[in-house]
Design a protein around this ligand. Sequence first.
Ligand code: AMP
Length: 215
Amino acid sequence: MNIILLGPPGAGKGTQARKLVEERGMIQLSTGDMLRDARSSGTEMGKRVAAVMDRGELVTDEIVIGLIEEKLSGEQGGGFIFDGFPRTLAQADALGELLNKLGQNLDAVIEMRVDDKALVARITGRFTCGNCGEVYHDQTKPTKVAGKCDVCGSTDLKRRADDNEDSLKQRLMEYYKKTSPLIGYYYAKDALSVIDGLAEMDAVGSAIRAELDKS
Ligand code: AMP
């Protein structure tokens, strides 16, 4: 089963994708994570996209489609969760073609609907464990011991360079201009389900599972 989690920055796509990886053995394909890895390993591409990411703009379709193509041809297994991809109509068309070539389907597109005001609070307090990827929040989900990950004990806790109010405004603008048309695109393909992304984390997880079990 292959699914897309669609929603603005801070909607909780990454958190829910990680749960699905644990529960269902699916493979999370986050283009944001791939781009951040490229940056921190200092590849040429990573250097080229760093400033674009920090400004909260989208990197080119060519780069992200290339990243996804590489992963799709390499990894197979319990199905893919596309997290943060596609973000433009060109990327959506390319994904359809890539899956087609592999003889695979897109089984569900789940839009995680949230209100913009909640996003600012969610994003500006967010930090992540650099080792295991667990996501925390200063107010709503602090670590039990300050500076130490509850899950793996690592002290490598990080804040993203683009998790600030200015970048977030730009990221939201990009979302509404370039990504939100995908809601209509997938609706017209009869693939779209909408869930309340502002509900409790476990309730959001249950809503996603219920949608997947229908597909
Ligand atoms: P994310 O972790 O999904 O919030 O992505 C962080 C940043 O990476 C975005 O603000 C973009 O600059 C870039 N990015 C991630 N995925 C894509 C994509 N599918 N298309 C273009 N840019 C992307």
